[in-house]
Design a protein around this ligand. Structure first.
Ligand code: PMV
Length: 326
């Protein structure tokens, strides 16, 4: 038996990945920049062994549903092919943040799985190779390999060999506060794969989104490197609103917000008028992630927890994906 256990954190993008140039390889139309989120972990344990008829996956104690199981099996196939490993695997995934609450766990899952499965199969991959492998499971997972702040390059080649993420800055460079406002605990309506496919094919604003994204990406990179909360925050908000605008204009439209999502956005704007440096971003779901200077994080968390219908989680730039056991 060959096994390994690894852990990785979720991440939140400040400059979003929203639209693929290749759906099979998860190659993006744009670059993206994210914060790896401490305390939002997935632990993956992978054992390749004889005697199993096929791969077996358990997610948070329950056998994986057909769709999730299939996605994990196809991902393991990539590792098996590369390592010339023919045995099926037993996979156990444990996510310690509310998956049912619609907080995307695919980034932490596939980053942890890439590390655990490659080690279990006897591969020793560089960070770049790991990022490329994680990307095949879920695009945003390419960034969860790294601690702190990460940038994922879209690349140009058809095989995706130049589309990987890299650390932009370590967690200690800028210990920002990240407050996550959970506004709904139901599963999301349209997943990111379907959402992206729809905006690329059928949103009249898609080319405008791609064209405006480049300047946002540069501003956010500079904002992080210079620890400029206003530049980073204002640009991240604008980028998020553009992502949602392009989605609203798709056919059929994608509306990811609920009334509480909007209430949180308005509360953040009001807090800013009162002098708090807080800025929101929203992914393909109704939850709102709000960044602020670390000293203001407790005040921000209690202000958002007071919005009716909101539950908060508090995070900060977190660690890289790591091997726990071999
Ligand atoms: O990695 P995916 O396929 O779950 O896509 C993530 C898409 C967003 O979360 C909306 C944006 C991003 O850059 O993470």
């Amino acid at each position: 038996m060959s096994s390994a256990v690894a852990r990785a954190c979720a991440n939140v993008a400040l400059a979003k990945y929203w639209g693929k140039r290749d759906e099979a390889l998860n190659l993006p139309c744009t670059g993206s920049i994210s914060i790896t989120l401490s305390g939002l972990n997935t632990t993956a344990s992978v054992s390749f062994r004889r005697g199993l008829e096929r791969d077996r996956s358990v997610l948070n104690g329950a056998p994986a549903a057909a769709k999730e199981g299939y996605r994990i099996e196809r991902f393991l196939d990539l590792v098996r092919e590369r390592a010339q490993e023919s045995r099926p695997a037993e996979v156990e995934l444990r996510t310690d943040f509310p998956v049912a609450a619609g907080l995307a766990s695919s980034a932490s899952t596939f980053a942890a799985l890439a590390l655990a499965a490659s080690h279990a199969a006897g591969l020793s991959l560089s960070e770049r190779e790991l990022s490329i492998l994680a990307r095949r499971g879920s695009g945003s997972a390419a960034r969860s390999i790294f601690a702190g702040y990460a940038e994922w390059f879209p690349g140009e080649s058809a095989d995706g060999s130049d589309s990987y993420a890299k650390q932009l800055a370590p967690p200690g460079h800028w210990p920002l506060g990240v407050v996550i406002a959970i506004t709904d605990s139901g599963p999301k309506t349209v997943g990111s794969r379907e959402g992206m496919s729809r905006v690329v094919k059928d949103s009249p604003f898609f080319s405008a989104w791609v064209a405006s994204h480049a300047a946002d990406l540069d501003a956010i990179r500079r904002g992080i490197l210079e620890r400029d909360i206003r530049l980073t925050g204002q640009t991240a908000e604008r980028n998020c609103l553009a992502m949602h605008a392009v989605s609203l204009a798709a056919r059929p439209p994608l509306l990811y917000w609920n009334p509480v999502t909007v209430a949180v956005m308005q509360r953040v704007a009001q807090l800013r008028e009162d002098g708090l440096e807080a800025y929101f971003t929203i992914d393909a779901g109704p939850q709102v992630k709000v960044i602020c200077p670390t000293a203001e994080r407790t005040e921000l968390a209690s202000a958002l927890a007071a919005v009716p219908g909101v539950r908060v989680l508090v995070s900060e730039p977190g660690p890289a994906a790591e091997l726990i056991e071999r």
